[in-house]
Design a protein around this ligand. Structure first.
Ligand SMILES: [Zn+2]
Length: 116
């Protein structure tokens, strides 16, 4: 009872999942042909030595893939970054909700992808 079912925000995941090993799957940035130099900039910045706006000047882009962790989907690039954290684990409340991650030294929130 008690009227409105209080929507509490104590989002503590019950299960923590190990972050899977994700390979670096990058390919040449097509728009700038892997040069990392200006692509998505209009002509008026062409005088500048601008970085490609598509790959941020790296010349490489991630082959975006979604990977499932605990029923939720995450970008491979995102998991790759998380994997750098020591002892990192992902906690999922709901497949379409924001996920939580924790590691030795802190924690944070992580955005999962909508399922198709
Ligand atoms: Zn590029």
């Amino acid at each position: 009872m008690g009227g409105s079912s209080a929507k509490h925000f104590d989002k503590t995941p019950r299960i923590w999942h190990e972050v899977p090993e994700v390979g670096v799957e990058q390919s040449h940035c097509k728009p700038c042909k892997g040069t990392g130099k200006r692509y998505i900039y209009p002509e008026w910045v062409s005088g500048l030595d601008a970085d490609c706006g598509y790959c941020n000047g790296s010349g490489k882009v991630w082959d975006k893939k979604s990977i499932e962790v605990g029923g939720a989907l995450f970008f491979n690039s995102h998991l790759f970054l998380l994997k750098n954290l020591p002892g990192v684990e992902i906690g999922v409340f709901h497949p379409t909700d924001v996920a939580r991650f924790r590691f030795d030294g802190g924690d944070g929130l992580s955005t999962s992808l909508p399922r198709q």
